[in-house]
Design a protein around this ligand. Structure first.
Ligand SMILES: *Cc1c(COP(=O)(O)O)cnc(C)c1O
Length: 453
């Protein structure tokens, strides 16, 4: 047996924090491997910091979500929200599992095409579609979700000029009891904008209204908000049927289901506060089934779920650079993980685990990143075993939005590795280096000589 590590005695200042119903339970179990591969060997092979994605978890998440909805409602289609994580390997896993693509820019649209998504399985959202984007999407028979009046007028013009019959949906914003309201996207329901937009579409000879769309917010904690949204979309679909005799083919309820991360300012861990996918599915499908559509006219239910499907499949591995005492006596640990690659540390208190068996002594500490910027703080106060230079750790549930919102600042963006279902690891995005950055820079002739000798 290995000799136990000596731990020096410490005198600890007691801070009388609030107790919770679990007493003073602290989760400091080390996490030494991911899908069977030791953290230490991943870091040795691919460097630190390192994003790791579990293909097993990803596939299980989307299969689970599909099952939850499809056992409740006969016609369901998921569309992968590209902006949540648009690394091609990730998108292709979702497409292999049957998800369409949901994109919000011309660049994401092109990415979906390059991932071999058929045009008619791309949903094009967002306020910034250029004329070119609209033309390409119309020619490809994609589903264009109209965001504002200028876009609608442009599309009416373009389709007339180019003899196209685009398939469109209207993005609707509405009061669902979620505040602040997300009323900057799409047409407002309550003030009549939405019906006006629909009237314009129905009066146009080219545009084909096939769907109604809403995306009521993100990290929504109240399933009932989705029943309200679904009811309002159903009513609108019925109005269209009554007024124009046209059946709406699909209702798209958008994304917004929460992941099990812990939001800052919420006391309990995410797994205790976040409603389950089943509760959201009940809210939506009970509304659709109970609304009174004829069986043969039940609309297809489209879901653009993003973070809830990927957050827990992503890990960020890192290494301790040093630990020190702050002037007020608190322990500070400096990691090689900065906020520039962990954007979601702005809203989440991420769960962070040591990656090796550690000492039993825990302390309240601050976790800082490596950037020379005061904002670079990963956790303001966390109770963890004291870690030393070279110790490794795992940040959990980082799959959503970090690998799209990260920025290159002071440090390079690191490798992203996928662990497949047979526990093989593959780099799916290479770490940046000086060449990556220099390949985009240009020096004017008169600055080629630096001047200093
Ligand atoms: C961002 C976005 C999504 C995904 O949202 P999540 O909160 O990650 O589920 C879906 N639809 C639209 C239109 C979006 O902008």
């Amino acid at each position: 047996m290995e000799k136990l590590k000596y731990e020096r005695p410490v005198i600890r200042k007691m801070n009388t924090g609030l107790m919770n119903k679990f007493g003073s339970r602290i989760e400091n179990e080390p996490v030494t491997q991911i899908d069977g591969i030791p953290v230490s060997s991943l870091i040795k092979k691919f460097g630190s910091p390192l994003f790791v994605i579990s293909e097993k978890q990803l596939r299980s998440n989307i299969q689970n979500a599909s099952r939850i909805f499809k056992t409740r409602y006969p016609k369901v289609q998921f569309a992968w929200s590209y902006k949540t994580n648009y690394l091609n390997a990730i998108c292709r896993i979702f497409h292999q599992e049957g998800s369409w693509a949901e994109v919000v820019s011309g660049f994401e649209y092109q990415k979906a095409l390059e991932n071999n998504v058929p045009g008619n399985k791309i949903i094009f959202n967002g306020p910034d579609k250029s004329e070119d984007d609209l033309l390409i999407a119309s020619r490809n028979n994609s589903l264009i979700h109209i965001d504002h009046l200028d876009e609608l007028l442009t599309l009416i013009d373009l389709s007339d000029k180019h003899k196209l019959r685009p398939r469109v949906a209207v993005r609707i914003n509405m009061d669902t009891g979620i505040y602040p309201k997300w009323d900057r996207f799409g047409f407002n329901l309550e003030n009549g904008q939405a019906s006006n937009a629909i009237a314009r579409i129905m009066n146009d000879k080219n545009l084909q209204l096939v769907g109604l769309h809403c995306h009521i917010g993100t990290f929504i904690l109240t399933p009932s908000a989705y029943s309200v949204a679904a009811t309002k979309l159903c009513e609108l679909a019925r109005d269209v049927k009554v007024k124009y005799g046209r059946s709406i083919e699909y209702l798209d309820l958008g994304g917004g289901f929460p992941s099990t991360n812990k939001l800052k300012g919420i006391y309990m861990p995410g797994s205790d506060t976040v409603p389950s996918m089943d509760q959201f599915a009940d809210a939506i499908t009970n509304t659709l089934l109970g609304f009174g559509f004829r069986q043969d006219e039940l609309p297809l239910l489209v879901l653009e779920t993003g973070r809830a499907l990927i957050d827990d499949a992503g890990f960020l591995l890192g290494t301790v650079l040093t630990n020190k005492r702050l002037s007020d006596g608190r322990r500070a640990i400096i990691l090689d993980i900065g906020v520039n690659i962990l954007f979601t540390s702005l809203w989440y208190d991420h769960k962070i685990s040591p990656a090796q068996d550690s000492v039993q002594i825990t302390e309240d500490m601050v976790l800082y990143g490596p950037l020379c910027m005061n904002i670079d703080m990963i956790r303001e106060s966390v109770n963890m075993p004291v870690m030393e230079k070279g110790d490794q750790l795992v940040v959990h549930k980082v799959g959503a939005y970090n690998m799209t919102q990260w920025m290159q600042f002071i440090t390079y963006r690191p490798n992203v590795v996928l662990i497949d279902t047979e526990s093989n690891s593959h780099i799916i995005r290479k770490a940046e280096n000086l060449n990556t950055l220099h390949s985009m820079e240009q020096l004017p002739e008169h600055l080629k000589n630096s001047g200093l000798k």
